[in-house]
Design a binder for this molecule. Sequence first.
Ligand code: SF4
Length: 350
Amino acid sequence: MEQHRTLSADDLVPAGLVEPARLEEIQRVADEFAVALTADMAALINPSHAADPIAAQFVPGGAELEIAREERTDPIGDEQWSPVPGIVHRYPDRVLLKPTLLCPVYCRFCFRREVVGKRPAMLDRSALERAYDYIRQRSEIWEVIVTGGDPFVLTPRRLADIVHTLDQIPHVAVIRFHTRVPVVDPHRVKPTLVEALAAEKAVYVVVHANHPRELTPQARVALTRLSRAGIPLLSQTVLLRGVNDDAAVLEALFRGLVAMRVKPYYLHHPDLARGTAHFRTGIAAGQRLVRSLRGRVSGLCQPTYVLDIPGGYGKVPIAPCAVSRGEKALGWNVEDGTGVQHPYPADPED
Ligand code: SF4
């Protein structure tokens, strides 16, 4: 299979990733939600494994047409915080800038699945200028998170233009890119793309990865190019039933990322996007996984387990807390990595 190629819904049967009998089902899903996966991800799929964790993330299935009552078209409330096209301003000191809604792959659990891959796919020049003006006029904006879609599908020239413009805004101190490209389409991370990220201001890259099999030698080359350019790398992972809701899988993923100089940043509880109920674990199951990781891996390998509160109320940590109040004024109970409780003295003001 040729590198750089992207497979659409029509390619899945000829590529042997889907049985011909499922063609109609795939087409019905593709009418509703964007479908694409890169040749790199297709090559990782074992089609004879019914529950292949890579296929589960990218190959559409009829379960996506079952919409649960609690699911929403805008699960994290982007729309209500969008003062101008391409900007989401949910927290005072930072904004999202979304120059494109295209991605190299379309994740079947995507929280923005109602908009990604759909038209208009790009912010045009005048909309981009309005978005820049919005940032320029608000001195409280300290950080700009360039997301989408996936900004690394843009040409290096366009990326450089974004970086240069943001770099010139005095109050912007941090430019953060959210991308899946270094993992799912690593050949795009060419020296020209890395050069496009050069800035006076701090540039961070946050990579989306969900399963250790995604950490291929090609992904390592791409990530190494970025880290050698002095760009701090972080990761975000979505907790997904049947993909990574297993302590050993998460451990291998987070160790693999750290070994590639990527600090695990967020473990997201999945959002209430339409047609994604089959991917969701319960919060209690997520907390059990996070608790078991605490005893298994170093702090370097432990992301913050977070939930975006449905409706746009922001992101909050939901990991189990290791401390609890003991008997009144007798202090605290602290749970170690194996679940054993230990006493800790009362607070001075108790
Ligand atoms: S890469 Fe991110 S934005 Fe794009 S489809 Fe996947 S989850 Fe959605």
